[in-house]
Ligand binder design. Structure first.
Ligand code: KIV
Length: 272
């Protein structure tokens, strides 16, 4: 049992910052529904991210762009109902914050009011600073997201590692420092070189949460369906699979089908 399971204390943004100060790593996973969120929370996860990766994982879209604010609110409210301890952070979906800080605030208010979320996450740095300032001024904690930001996939053209070149690495460092100055409570660093993750994490007082960015981040995040092996065909090397659930679940379903066909389910004790 982890230290966290013994303590019923809710994880807040301040707890995460204290964890960084103490050198205790932060564990974050994505969650999109009630049942999975119950499992994550009971296991003692620190942060559940209602990621717009729901667009891929739950809805089968190729990118995160199609998911709507209403759909994110549906996923987030299901997660919030399940959670007793973890901090629930919700992605603002593509089109709900870029370019207009008023719209960014309206989208955030809907997520906080209708889903009961604890914080929001936005992708980008300098370009979206007005939106971040306005959300923060309404008292809502903001998590940043730099590096490979999937909502910009059509600008990048590929899901390859970002910020290998000096110019992009320098811009990422500047953006990270800006996000800290603006008042973000943490920053996701996605798919950047491990050395850059280390440099940024050392330069900031707020926690960094890495995905495909090596061990130096103050915490790690994975898409839950990837680490459980439910998304069978998605296998980038930064994912560690703790289970092969796609295969186990398919086998269980085949077993059920067999039982039904062979009149082996239900048996005498499985009826009234
Ligand atoms: O949407 C998501 O799941 C994310 C994580 C991969 C960081 O943003």
């Amino acid at each position: 049992m982890s230290v966290h399971q013994k303590s019923p204390r809710r994880v807040t943004t301040h707890v995460l910052q204290a964890m960084k100060a103490k050198g205790e790593k932060i564990a974050m996973l994505t969650g999109y529904d009630y049942s999975m969120a119950r499992i994550l929370d009971e296991a003692g996860i620190d942060v559940i991210l209602v990621g717009d990766s729901a667009s891929n994982v739950m809805a089968g879209h190729e990118t995160t762009l199609p998911i709507t604010l209403d759909q994110m609110i549906y996923h987030a409210s299901s997660v919030v109902r399940a959670v007793k301890r973890a901090l629930v952070v919700v992605d603002l979906p593509f089109g709900s914050y870029q370019g207009n800080s008023r719209i960014a605030l309206e989208s955030t208010i809907r997520i906080m009011k209708e889903a009961g979320a604890h914080a929001v996450k936005l992708e980008g740095g300098f370009e979206i600073q007005e939106s971040i300032k306005r959300i923060l001024s309404a008292g809502v904690p903001v998590m940043g997201h730099l590096g490979l930001t999937p909502q910009s996939i059509y600008k990048f053209g590929t899901y390859n590692v970002r910020a290998r070149e000096e110019e992009e690495a320098n811009k990422l460092m500047e953006d990270a420092q800006l996000l800290e100055e603006l008042g973000c409570f943490a920053i996701v660093l996605e798919k950047i070189p491990a050395a850059l993750t280390e440099k940024v994490s050392k330069a900031l007082t707020i926690p960094t949460i890495g995905i495909g960015g090596g061990p130096a981040a103050d915490g790690q995040v994975l898409v839950t369906h990837d680490m459980l092996g439910i998304t069978k065909d998605f296998q980038p090397r930064f994912i560690r699979r703790y289970l092969e659930l796609f295969d186990s679940m398919r086998d269980a379903v085949q077993h059920y089908i067999d039982d039904v066909k062979k009149l082996q389910f239900p048996n005498e004790s499985e009826q009234y």
